[in-house]
Write a protein that binds this ligand. Structure first.
Ligand SMILES: Nc1nc2c(ncn2[C@@H]2O[C@H](COP(=O)(O)OP(=O)(O)OP(=O)(O)O)[C@@H](O)[C@H]2O)c(=O)[nH]1
Ligand SMILES: [Mg+2]
Length: 456
């Protein structure tokens, strides 16, 4: 995923937290990436809850406004007692950050689908076509424009953030998980004794796909770590502008260092990128699903694998085919997934559906998304931030919420944590159940436990 990065410095974020209290800022809109137009602003920020708009000018002024009621293209004035304008302590201005509370809460914002963020019915209007801050004197906010922007009305960037209150947790979880040692043992046993519902193969083959840096390789490492009993990093993980994983890799997971291979294979792939000719080539997907792509195949972003490529599996059997696909998405970024990337993911999804391969979504980095989860993974299904991102992922990919599984991958830990293992194993259990659905769709394949004859 081409990462949409916040322009705020750490110091500016700290200042904003002074103004807003203990909150987390989630970047939804960035003019230089999404376009400086009101419709794109509203497409990213409408119905997202409290919104902070931050603009920057060439004098180094960072300023904007906050609305607790947010935007919904209501085409009218919105009452908001908590709204305010602000200027941070940056650039030429080295005095304390300013907060200008709304004076007339009935006209805190004018929320119109054809206007950019408009605080106080014209007091501060951003995102005009001429990239100029527009301000008329109203009684809705009392301030001197020069105090906010110096003498440069041209803004060079405009961002909008969803403001999430930290400590935003539900009383009871929306999905029940048993956080006990017995549950971990049970889930491990289930994974070890899993048997594909067909006679002819002993392992389910799972493909991992998703945007660059989403945590695909780390998900394999995490599953592997759980069965090894300590942190592992067999698949190389890390952060870069382009995919760290460039080869198709087939990974076996062993039951302990010297144990047997478990009944599933995880196949790691190159990250998806939004631009054509970069990242995983989407036309490789049908070839992978059908089992033509060999282990260690070096992906070529500008051309898909050919039948003449070295190692190409010409006549794949059931064991080479993919039985379940796992979409890995970064929970912190699902909201700001670019439209091009969303299109690629949806296209990939329809190819997968055409091949009748069941698929699930693993939503990673829930520890980065929500401090409550970072503190205690048991909060994962109580965190409103996680719930919101699960719903966003469901809407953006068109996948039911029941198929979306939040996890925290092992990334830097040397030792394991029982509750984290349980979350990873719960995801694995769901993946196995979905793989079973693949075999259920094969009318002539039968396990030994039923009466049909097996096709070899
Ligand atoms: N905190 C946290 N970090 C994670 C998590 N999952 C992955 N990471 C980190 O995110 C970065 C990217 O992870 P990778 O597993 O390499 O991601 P990938 O999807 O395989 O990336 P590419 O191969 O480049 O496409 C690494 O620095 C990981 O340590 C998670 O759940 N929590
Ligand atoms: Mg990788």
């Amino acid at each position: 995923m081409a990462e949409v990065k916040s322009r705020l410095t750490k110091d500016e974020e700290k200042q904003l937290c002074q103004l807003l209290g203990n909150v987390r800022l989630c970047l939804l809109f960035k003019g230089s990436v999404h376009g400086f137009t009101p419709p794109t602003f509203h497409s990213k920020t409408d119905a997202q809850g409290p919104i902070l708009v931050v603009a920057y000018n060439n004098l180094g002024c960072t300023f904007g406004g906050f609305t607790n009621e947010g935007f919904k293209s209501r085409d009218g004035l919105v009452r908001d007692e908590k709204a305010f304008l602000f200027r941070l302590n940056t650039g030429e201005r080295k005095d304390t950050p300013s907060k200008i509370p709304v004076r007339n809460p009935d006209a805190a914002i004018h929320d119109h689908s054809q206007h950019g963020p408009n605080f106080g019915n014209g007091s501060l209007l951003l995102l005009n076509a001429d990239m100029q801050v527009s301000s008329t004197v109203t009684n809705n906010y009392e301030f001197n424009l020069a105090d906010l922007i110096g003498d440069d009305p041209v803004f060079v960037e405009c961002e909008a953030y969803r403001v999430e209150s930290i400590g935003d947790a539900m009383d009871s979880p929306w999905r029940k998980i048993t956080w006990t040692a017995e549950e971990k043992k049970r889930l491990m046993e289930l994974a070890k004794t899993y048997k594909p519902a067909v006679n002819t193969i002993s392992q389910a083959r799972i493909l991992i796909v998703g945007p660059v840096g989403a945590g695909k390789s780390s998900f394999f490492n995490s599953v592997n770590s759980v069965f090894r009993g300590h942190g592992t990093s067999q698949a190389i993980a890390g952060s870069d502008a382009t995919s760290v994983t460039t080869k198709y890799r087939t990974y076996y997971v062993k039951d302990g260092k010297f144990g047997k291979c478990l009944p599933f294979v995880l196949c790691d792939s190159m990250g998806l990128e939004e631009k054509p000719g970069t990242g995983l080539e989407i036309d490789d997907i049908p070839k992978i699903l059908e089992g033509h792509v060999p282990d260690n195949y070096q992906f070529n972003p500008s051309a898909s694998i050919q039948s003449t490529t070295a190692g190409y599996i010409k006549s794949p059997s059931l064991k080479d085919k993919i039985h379940c696909v796992v979409f890995v998405l970064d929970s912190c970024k699902v909201g700001i997934l670019s439209e091009d990337l969303e299109k690629k993911l949806r296209k990939m999804r329809s190819q997968i559906s055409l091949h009748d391969v069941p698929h699930v979504v693993v939503l990673t980095k829930v520890d980065e998304l929500c401090p409550l989860v970072a503190e205690d993974i048991q909060n994962v299904y109580k965190s409103r931030a996680v719930e919101r991102q699960v719903n966003t992922a469901a809407a953006r990919l068109g996948i039911p919420v029941s198929c979306i599984l939040p996890v925290k991958n092992y990334s830097s830990e040397l030792e394991l944590e029982q509750n984290n293992d349980i979350l990873i194993l719960t995801a694995l259990q769901q993946i196995m159940r979905f793989a079973d659905n693949y075999f259920d769709n094969m009318p002539f394949e039968r396990t030994e436990s039923n009466s049909g004859s097996a096709i070899v």
